[in-house]
Ligand binder design. Structure first.
Ligand SMILES: Cc1cc2nc3c(=O)[nH]c(=O)nc-3n(C[C@H](O)[C@H](O)[C@H](O)COP(=O)(O)O)c2cc1C
Length: 162
């Protein structure tokens, strides 16, 4: 049973792929997050943009983890960027459960050049302590593997310090 947990929301698969790769490297448990909103097609896409701006997004759906959340040494949270923010599903998760997480890392997936590192600060607002490591990835970009490896190196170094 791993004491590292990867949790993510992914609408079109990019965050899922990145998180599956990282979970395999770290031997981590992996759990997808969802809510009950239909986010398919154009209507779903517009809804995502609107939800990203809302102060009170839809609650995250029930999920199961092997251990209680507070028992993980590290929880890695993966989100796509929506309108310059973290996606509403991940925000709902952090709002409800962030206070129970010991140590947190962030993985952000985006489609444009900018890294949107301000999303880390937005997510930190829901945590008792700020994140330990973070990476912003663009699927298919030249730097994707490099930054993913760098994130793994920094995250392993953090875990070794514990
Ligand atoms: C509503 C919405 C808003 C988005 N806003 C941004 C943005 O502000 N900046 C950006 O780089 N990408 C933005 N994207 C693109 C996604 O972050 C990107 O495609 C990401 O890889 C999707 O991850 P996923 O496949 O796990 O859903 C947006 C996508 C959606 C659906």
């Amino acid at each position: 049973m791993s004491d590292i947990l990867c949790m993510y929301y992914s609408r079109t698969g990019n965050t899922r792929k990145a998180m599956e790769e990282l979970a395999a490297e770290l031997g981590a448990e992996i759990v997808p997050l969802t809510d009950t909103v239909d986010r398919g097609g154009w209507k779903g896409l517009i809804r995502c943009g609107m939800d990203a701006m809302r102060q009170t997004p839809e609650p995250v759906s029930r999920f199961e983890t092997e251990r209680p959340l507070e028992d993980y040494r590290l929880v890695i949270v993966g989100t796509p960027v929506w309108a310059g923010r973290c996606c509403s599903v991940v925000r709902s998760f952090l709002k409800e459960y962030g206070g129970r997480l010991n140590a947190v890392s962030f993985v952000v997936l985006r489609s444009s050049e900018g890294k949107f590192e301000e999303v880390y600060e937005q997510m930190d607002e829901y945590l008792p302590r700020s994140h330990k490591t973070a990476v912003s990835l663009r699927s298919g970009s030249v730097g994707y593997r490099f930054w993913q490896e760098e994130f793994l190196r920094q995250t392993r170094a953090f875990l070794e310090e514990q």
